[in-house]
Design a protein. Structure first.
Length: 387
């Protein structure tokens, strides 16, 4: 009987050891796969950065300052790179510039650039933009999720009350661009040419009209993720000023400035139960971007910060965390990057005290100012849309 027991125990130990070895082997294979995924995505990003730098060098042949799109500005160049429009959504301006040999040539170039800027939609822009054409040729890793860019107006609904006709567009352009309004300076790059420019102020209600484009999507995804709609609007406003082509140096992309390797990865896993990265093109699709931004806010509020009991205190922490991460929020309270330890301390404070503590003790000024802006803008969008 003892021999049978020993034999049975020996078999069990052998089976356990075998299963344990199999598990270790599977974990090693999984780690290799994840590392391969990371390496492929890094190579993909490096190729993108090379394309950006090469394009900037080509622009530098013509321009003293070869600008590209940022969080707040959408830059668009003509195919010959000699004319550009800079739509600054934060400052509410369009700056048009062209390198030309005469005023008449400049006038035509600037009028064409303005007509394009105020009528092009996001889908068409993705298809015709010279830099995007170049980026589209870079081979993506197999596990990077891609998407077509959806068709949304950029400035047409800001400038015109209804779909512009050829005549109404022509009238608008001629009213805004003319030779007497142009400023000219000598070109430092192209001989016998000047840089002609003109600045155009966008309507005061541009931000309101831009936000209306995304109202349905904000309502849909905020409701789905159990969030205040005003929060999603306020985050979007603060992240990009509703610039659909927003791109930061990190890089983060689109309306809610999603970083593919961090928030993008977490939210894709949360939404689709798959560990995938997303492309910049995927994030320039406004529906995808709003869905992912809302999902990331859900993860912050309902998962990372779940132990904070008061909903308003948790909301303040979620806003700050969207900008700086939940570990930095914890640091403001206990000088350690541990939210589990910070939550009991936060729970002893009133929402007003939590807000004050974050404003005083967050590590950096950026999240402090971010919390102020988003909180104030939440009130604005609540009043504007009755959310």
């Amino acid at each position: 009987m003892i021999k049978k027991g020993v034999l049975f125990l020996s078999i069990c130990i052998s089976l356990f050891a075998s299963e344990n070895n199999d598990f270790k082997s599977e974990m090693k294979e999984f780690a290799k796969y994840k590392q391969s995924q990371e390496d492929q995505f890094k190579a993909y990003q490096k190729a993108q950065m090379r394309a950006f730098e090469d394009y900037k060098k080509e622009l530098g042949v013509f321009w003293d300052e070869p600008k590209l799109s940022t969080k707040d500005s959408w830059l668009s160049y003509s195919d010959d790179k000699k004319t550009r429009s800079d739509v600054n959504f934060e400052k509410n301006t369009i700056t048009l510039e062209t390198i030309a040999t005469s005023e008449d040539e400049a006038n035509i170039n600037l009028q064409v650039a303005l007509a394009k800027a105020v009528t092009v939609d996001t889908k068409t822009l993705q298809e015709i933009d010279p830099l995007e054409k170049r980026l589209s040729k870079i081979k993506k890793p197999f596990d990077v999720e891609d998407s077509d860019v959806d068709k949304k107006p950029i400035l047409s609904t800001v400038i015109f009350d209804k779909e512009p006709t050829k005549e109404s567009l022509k009238t608008y352009v001629k009213n805004k661009v003319s030779i007497p309004k142009m400023v000219a300076i000598e070109s430092n790059k192209i001989e016998e040419s000047k840089v002609y420019s003109i600045a155009i102020k966008l309507p005061d209600d541009t931000m309101i009209k831009r936000s209306k484009i995304y109202l349905d999507d904000v309502k849909k995804y905020a409701k789905k993720e159990g969030l205040p709609k005003a929060l999603v609007f306020a985050i979007m406003h603060s992240e990009s000023s509703f610039n659909p082509r927003a791109r930061s140096h990190i890089p983060a992309y689109g309306l809610m400035q999603i970083v593919p390797q961090t928030a993008g990865r977490d939210t894709y896993k949360y939404l689709y139960k798959k560990d995938k990265l997303v492309s910049s093109k995927y994030l320039y699709n406004s529906k995808n971007n709003i869905q992912m931004g809302s999902a990331y806010l859900h993860i912050l509020y309902y998962r990372y910060l779940r132990k904070i009991k008061h909903p308003t205190s948790r909301l303040y922490c979620a806003i700050a965390a969207y900008n700086t991460g939940s570990s930095n929020v914890a640091y403001a309270f206990i000088k350690r990057n541990n939210m589990q330890m910070a939550a009991p301390i936060i729970n002893k404070l009133t929402p007003k005290q939590v807000y004050g503590k974050l404003i005083r003790d967050l590590k950096y000024d950026e999240p402090k100012n971010y919390l102020k802006k988003v909180s104030k803008r939440m009130d604005t969008y609540t009043k504007m849309y009755g959310l």
